[in-house]
Write a protein that binds this ligand. Structure first.
Ligand code: URA
Ligand code: SF4
Length: 224
């Protein structure tokens, strides 16, 4: 059974969790990746953004969203009026999963499995409990499934503010009731992953980008 739980510290703040996550062996992804990429940003952010897993650049630098997808995401946040908003960035899975191209050295991203997402979930739960954001933006279907369950589909669920489920099969360590929403629950808004926008063809890219910005504006409007 893959599970990060034995590696979690018993107490402490984000710094303690970050240190402990560096030594996580809760699933096999630590074996090939360079390092754990824990969340970064404002520890008191009202807005958190959750991606899928670190990419090649994030794996090398040890920080989330420092590559091309991160650049596009930060531009979209500025275009949505959130350029000055303190933000916390993290991923559903904290290690880079990849295959190496047959003869090159290029590392090709692979999506995490459900088992890996479930194993890594306690780190994300701890981050959300400690940062206590009001709104969590799920970027793409992996983050959406991690936060909202396996039936989540970006195509049907994107752009809506949905209360974060307390505990479910995908969420063994759910934490509710922070300062968050009127009924004490955090809101999740799912949108496109910035990498999907980078992969879109020229015809689709502008619309996809505008969709991301529009969704981020909805998230901005839900901050109180
Ligand atoms: N894509 C992600 O999902 N997360 C990152 O940190 C970078 C790219
Ligand atoms: Fe631990 Fe998550 Fe890395 Fe797996 S991906 S080893 S659960 S930090």
């Amino acid at each position: 059974q893959y599970d990060a739980t034995p590696y979690l510290p018993r107490r402490g703040g984000l710094a303690a969790y970050r240190r402990a996550a560096a030594d996580c062996r809760g699933c096999p992804l630590f074996l090939d990746a360079s390092q754990t990429v824990f969340g970064e940003g404002s520890p008191t952010a009202r807005l958190a953004l959750v991606g899928e897993e670190p990419g090649d650049r994030e794996d090398r630098q040890g920080k989330p969203f420092v590559g091309p997808a991160g650049g596009l995401l930060k531009k979209a946040l500025r275009d949505a009026g959130l350029g000055e908003e303190p933000t916390y960035f993290t991923n559903a899975v904290k290690h880079f999963k990849f295959t190496t191209a047959p003869r090159g050295k290029r590392r090709i991203h692979k999506p995490p499995s459900l088992r890996e997402m479930t194993a890594c979930r306690p780190w994300l739960n701890a981050e959300l409990r400690l940062v206590d954001p009001e709104v969590v933006v799920a970027l793409g279907s992996t983050a959406g499934k991690a936060l909202l369950g396996r039936s989540f589909r970006v195509t049907k669920d994107r752009g809506a503010l949905i209360p974060l489920p307390e505990e479910g099969e995908e969420q063994r360590d759910g934490h509710g009731a922070g300062r968050s929403t009127t009924d004490g629950r955090r809101l999740v808004l799912a949108t496109l992953h910035p990498s999907a926008i980078l992969r879109a063809d020229d015809a689709g890219r502008a619309d996809a980008y505008a969709g991301l910005v529009a969704d981020l504006r909805v998230a901005a409007g839900a901050l109180h």
